[in-house]
Structures are given as C-alpha cells and as structure tokens.
Design a protein around this ligand. Structure first.
Ligand code: FES
Ligand code: FES
Length: 236
C-alpha cells in the first residue's frame, strides 16, 4: 500500500504548467492583438497626430519664453528679463519690490492693483508687463515728492478715507487720474444721465461713478468721495 502523496502527480503538474503556459500565451496574444488594434485605429483616425500636437503644447507650456524689456517706473528705467506671460502687477511686486499697489482679485474686478500708465489708470493684473515696455508708469510710490505727500494722498489722510488700507493705493492712483480725466472733459454714465455733457461738474454722483472700478471692502466710500471732492475744489 503506498502512502498518499501530498504533491500532485507529475502528469497533473505538467498539465497545470502547460495550462498556465497556454494562458500566458493567450493573454500575450490578446494583449498583442489589442495593442495592434489600438495602434492601427490610431493611425487611421489621426490619434498619433493629436498626441504629437498635445506633446508640443505641453513642451511649450513647460518651457516659458522670456522677453527683455525696460519699464519706466516713477521716472526710473528698470531693465527686466521676464516670462512673456508676466503681468505688470507681478513684474512690479515680485521683481521690483514695488508692493504699494495690491493684488486683490487678480481678475480686473477690484481695482486694488491700479497704477497710471502714461497718465491713464490701468488694472495692472490684466496688463502684460511686455505691453508697458517703454511707457511711463506711475505707482503709488511715485506720487509723493520725497517726504511730501501728493494732494490726493494728503486728502485721504485728512478725510480718514480708509480703514484697513488694502484698497487705498489703488483708490489714490485712480482718484489722481480721475481729476486729470475730468480736466480733459471725459464723460461718465452720470454725465449722460444728467445731460451734463459739456465739462460736467464733479458732483458726488460723478465721483462715485468714476471711482466705481475701485472696490473698498471696508466701505470707506463716503470719506473717499469727500477726499476726492476736497482736492477737486482746492484745484478749482
Ligand atoms: S487685483 Fe487687479 S483688479 Fe483686482
Ligand atoms: S480700506 Fe479696507 S478695503 Fe478699503
């Protein structure tokens, strides 16, 4: 009588191995056929071309292009080499440490980043630095003359036209340009609504409308209007 064996008989082993081998072969054959089908379908439908374009796009995105420009800021020339996608806001804050004006929304909605370019107010979060190459840029840091505040800065202080101050540099730049625009006869929606189309007076409604691109989350609006009105009357 022979003792029961724990191991499968040799033929079973061989059968099992050959079944595994055949399974492997089957999987390999199926994998091969599937891969070949995908590749041939890709060749027929143009998928490889799309993949190539996508690769090129990714490569372009990962290899930023740079540009050399000279920004004229507060009377000084500042040569810079920047990624072409750099906004004026980031160029001034991150590369030149001019952090007076602020990044609020970064979407052109709050006015915290306002500066003057050739005397006109601009949201610099929406302006590429390259576009300002060679233009005269005035930031809040450039409004004062040494230790003397500009009239608008002094009026904001005098009329307590801020609380946290985050929006204030943008408000002051905007208000400074507003007075120049009004001097040159620029009109607002209020001018059209009131019919004052010939050199409209800077009423409180006009000031509110013309400053509406600058949001103040502390709601210092009445005092901002008072500050702007005070400078306008002092200039009259
Ligand atoms: S940060 Fe530019 S408009 Fe808000
Ligand atoms: S003073 Fe705080 S947001 Fe205007």
């Amino acid at each position: 009588m022979s003792a029961p064996s724990c191991s499968p008989p040799e033929e079973e082993l061989l059968e099992g191995e050959s079944a595994e081998a055949s399974l492997d072969l089957d999987i390999s054959r199926r994998t091969f056929v599937k891969a070949a089908t995908i590749l041939s379908a890709g060749a027929a439908t143009g998928i490889p071309r799309i993949a190539t374009a996508e690769d090129a796009r990714l490569a372009a995105a990962s290899e930023p292009k740079t540009i050399s420009i000279t920004l004229r800021i507060n009377g000084k020339s500042e040569p810079l080499t920047l990624d072409t996608r750099t906004t004026l806001l980031d160029a001034l804050r991150e590369h030149l440490e001019l952090t007076g004006s602020k990044k609020g929304c970064d979407h052109g909605q709050c006015g915290a980043c306002t500066v003057l370019i050739d005397g006109r107010r601009v949201n610099r979060c929406l302006t590429l630095a390259a576009v300002a190459d060679g233009a005269e840029i005035t930031t809040i840091e450039g409004l004062a003359q040494g230790d003397s505040l500009s009239p608008m800065q002094a009026a904001f202080l005098e009329h307590d036209a801020f609380q946290c101050g985050y929006c204030t540099p943008g408000q002051i730049c905007s208000a400074t340009a507003l007075l120049e625009e009004q001097k040159h006869g620029a009109l607002s929606t209020v001018s059209f609504e009131t019919g004052n189309l010939s050199n409209p007076q800077l009423t409180d409604d006009e000031i509110r409308e013309r400053m509406s691109g600058n949001i103040c989350r502390c709601a210092a609006y009445p005092n901002i209007v008072a500050a702007v009105r005070a400078v306008e009357r002092a200039n009259a």
